[in-house]
Design a protein around this ligand. Structure first.
Ligand SMILES: Nc1ncnc2c1ncn2[C@@H]1O[C@H](COP(=O)(O)OP(=O)(O)OP(=O)(O)O)[C@@H](O)[C@H]1O
Length: 335
């Protein structure tokens, strides 16, 4: 049964005006030039056999391909953030098989920190969330979305990923400028004004990075802190994934506090492995890992938050020393 799409029957000018990406779709098939016609359906109907042979598709297949493409685009554009009100993690067992006995509900805008010694299971926990584990990982944990088992399509979807990962190492292999790189992403996400969004992301990234870069800076020339800042701004503004997993925002010349606030502001559910005292205390809670299991859940108390101000002061002083070191100054006297 061939798939039908109303888009093929729109007046051609309107189709191209409202959906400029259709031109890219056609160009990719070698159909940038089409026989004249009032609608795409009529243009495709007028294609001669020879051109169809060049494309390698039957006429009906071509329409079905177009319908599937437009459906994919619609899915991409459909807002999905509103559909996530909570993520629930139901405890499984630690490495010795002892039950974890916890049920944890995470909501948009909340930051949950993950702490514990090396090998205690922090990355495993993040992986359980990334894959929406259903008792089928070594921990036996289960993850619910909006209080229910997510449908399997959601679990394996690549275009509507629930989870975005910000990992430590950003290795760019493409030879693009920062502006080209981000605008390519903005265009692929089909945002209404890719140029404006790109500018916002570059500005945000620069406000997070200790040292500035220009839109023309090649991504391969960005420092560790700059590329990290760029990825954080990109995830905050362009990713539709409602859950963000962060494996430590290290102190690589980046305003960690602002970065975290920026992500939380966008109503994302944030899980972050960190032992940075300021970031850890900015979170709503900390999950303490031992022997592969969650040993304790500590809600950040008012008393802990009171310490935060003092740690921020200490951090500002250390930042000043770091700055002075970077500038080749001597570190003597009052700091
Ligand atoms: N509950 C569990 N049951 C069985 N295996 C587990 C469990 N939790 C973690 N593991 C396994 O233990 C190993 C160490 O865990 P993981 O890498 O998550 O630790 P980590 O805290 O992230 O360590 P690091 O800080 O060094 O990165 C991994 O192979 C992981 O799959």
């Amino acid at each position: 049964m061939p798939m039908k799409t109303p888009y093929a029957d729109l007046p051609l000018e309107r189709l191209f005006h409202e959906h400029p990406h259709v031109r890219d779709f056609l160009a990719a098939l070698g159909l940038a030039e089409l026989p004249a016609g009032p609608t795409l359906a009529s243009c495709l109907a007028a294609l001669d056999e020879e051109r169809l042979e060049d494309v390698g598709l039957e006429r009906q297949e071509l329409l079905a391909r177009f319908a599937a493409y437009m459906e994919g685009v619609e899915r991409l554009l459909r807002p999905q953030r509103a559909t996530i009100g909570s993520v629930t993690v139901i405890g499984g067992r630690d490495k010795s098989g002892a039950a974890e006995n916890f049920t944890l509900e995470l909501r948009p805008g909340e930051v949950t920190c993950i702490v514990g010694p090396t090998g205690s299971g922090k990355s495993r926990f993040l992986a359980d969330i990334e894959w929406l584990a259903q008792g089928d990982s070594p921990t036996g944990r289960r993850v619910l979305i909006n209080g229910a088992v997510p449908d399997p399509g959601r679990r394996y979807a690549v275009d509507q990923k629930l989870v975005a990962q910000l990992s430590q190492n950003m290795n760019f292999v493409m030879d693009l400028s920062a502006e080209e790189f981000i605008s390519l992403h903005a265009e692929s996400r089909m945002v209404a004004e890719p140029a404006a969004v790109t500018r916002t992301i570059l500005d945000l990234a620069n406000s997070l990075a200790g040292e500035q870069f220009t839109p023309a800076t090649p991504v391969t020339a960005l420092s560790g802190g700059q590329s990290r800042a760029l990825m954080i701004a990109d995830v905050a503004c362009l990713s539709s994934s409602p859950i963000v997993l962060i494996d430590e925002i290290e102190n690589a010349g980046i305003d960690r506090k602002r970065a975290l606030a920026l992500l939380a502001d966008r109503d994302k559910i944030i899980l972050m492995a960190t032992h940075d005292p300021i970031l850890a205390l900015m979170g709503e809670r900390r999950l303490v890992f031992k022997n592969g299991g969650v040993a304790r859940i500590i809600a950040t108390s008012a008393a802990e938050r009171a310490n935060l101000a003092r740690f921020e002061e200490m951090d500002a002083r250390l930042t000043a020393v770091r700055h002075a070191l970077r500038n080749g100054e001597e570190i003597a006297g009052e700091f």
